[in-house]
Design a protein. Structure first.
Length: 262
């Protein structure tokens, strides 16, 4: 959503392109605002109104921005102890922390948070962001990619030293099935190849991480060993989030730069 909305705002994608790209992640998408003040400010339905569509959300964002070249949209990925990219305490930050993800338009003071509602429906809630927003903590894509690879090696070494690294029959198939089960990602024209490679690698590492947290049938770890394994793998989960944020930020920058050149 962060990449596609950015492409739309700079004229690099049509509304139908955005809808097609979102379809694998939810059979239907709708949009509401978090409160009536936000509804009045952006011109979208309030929390008790009938939801609207992504098409009207895109139009509302462009109207709010006006003719000025938009600032970069930011992907927010959070976890306990990792709140990087969020503004100060407020409704939007609380919603992102609960969801684990969100999209911030720092320059106009709005944010989006997705919530699966079941039955294939994904709701996007628009929040006003009234709190001060610090400049984005830039991480070079090459640095994030290197950090992810290094953390894979470090985590494997730590698990071995702790004696909780085990080979489970069928684990490669399990990882492959996890990757196949992910929705198919579509990207706008001009999406940089380096960003795509890092996003793909992050998906692969996340599948490995999920497999590493599963116990062998009938051979559950002790509580102490299980906690040691979780602690050892936590930095890897952080590296995945850092890599994804860096890849999306780089893609947004490149897409905006392409619009400037045209």
């Amino acid at each position: 959503m962060t990449v596609w909305v950015s492409a739309w705002l700079v004229g690099g994608a049509a509304p139908d392109d955005v809808l097609d790209a979102l379809e694998p992640w939810g059979e239907a998408h709708d949009v509401l605002t978090a409160d009536d003040a936000t509804a009045r400010g952006i011109g979208l339905p309030g929390p008790t109104d009938r939801p609207t569509s992504i098409t009207f959300l895109l139009a509302a964002l462009r109207k709010v921005r006006g003719p000025v070249m938009p600032g970069p949209a930011r992907l927010a990925l959070t976890a306990p102890g990792d709140l990087r990219g969020l503004p100060g305490p407020g409704q939007f930050s609380r919603a992102v922390i609960e969801s684990g993800q969100g999209l911030l338009f720092a320059d106009i003071g709005y944010g989006l948070v997705p919530t699966p509602l079941g039955g294939g429906l994904l709701r996007w809630t628009v929040h006003s962001v009234l709190e001060p927003v610090m400049p984005e903590d830039h991480v070079a894509l090459s640095e994030a990619e290197f950090g992810l690879r290094e953390q894979v090696r470090q985590s494997a070494s730590t698990l071995t030293e702790l004696g909780v690294a085990r080979h489970r029959p069928g684990v490669r198939q399990e990882i492959a099935e996890t990757l196949r089960a992910r929705p198919r990602s579509l990207w706008p024209d001009g999406m940089p190849g380096h960003s795509l490679r890092v996003l793909q690698h992050a998906d692969e590492v996340e599948a490995i991480l999920a497999a590493a947290l599963v116990d062998d049938p009938g051979a559950a770890l002790t509580a102490t060993a299980a906690q040691a394994r979780t602690d050892a793998l936590r930095p890897l989960a952080t590296a995945i989030r850092v890599a994804r944020r860096a890849a999306v930020a780089d893609a947004v920058r490149v897409l905006a730069g392409s619009a400037d050149r045209t």
